[in-house]
Design a protein around this ligand. Sequence first.
Ligand code: HEC
Length: 131
Amino acid sequence: MKTIKLFFVGACLLLISATLVAQTKPWVVPANFKSMKNPVAMSDASTTAGQALYKKTCTPCHGKTGLGDGVKVKSLKTMPGNMSLSEFQNLADGEHFYKTKMGRGDMTKYEGKLSDEDIWNLVNYMRTFKK
Ligand code: HEC
């Protein structure tokens, strides 16, 4: 009986740590995306278009100013992160593009929901969160 109990507790611990590791796993972006050049030049028109989309689509999780404090965050398993920090701002445009397009876990996959141009406008808009 004791062995079975121990085995059960061990299995549970293993499962919990596996989940934790999965959540903190770095998000690796394929090289062909990382090196992508943003085809939409930074401009007021682009950030205005990005802002409209962001407000409608991303705010519930990422928060109004990208701090990761949206109203839905409490119900998520993973944190959306803080887009104003250099950890985020130092990433390439292509990385932001890839993550927005492909998603993972709680982060919605926008492929097929938003056009590439929409996503590039969002990438430009997310640059305005820089502190
Ligand atoms: C349902 C909640 C949710 C919505 C809606 C959402 N996101 Fe996310 N997003 C997340 C979470 C959670 C993560 C962190 C995912 C991870 O690390 O596994 C994330 C991560 C990201 C990242 C990568 C952050 C980094 O540190 O590299 C980008 C870029 C991003 N989201 C952009 C967007 C954009 C743009 C929109 C709107 C079009 C959007 N997200 C909508 C939850 C959301």
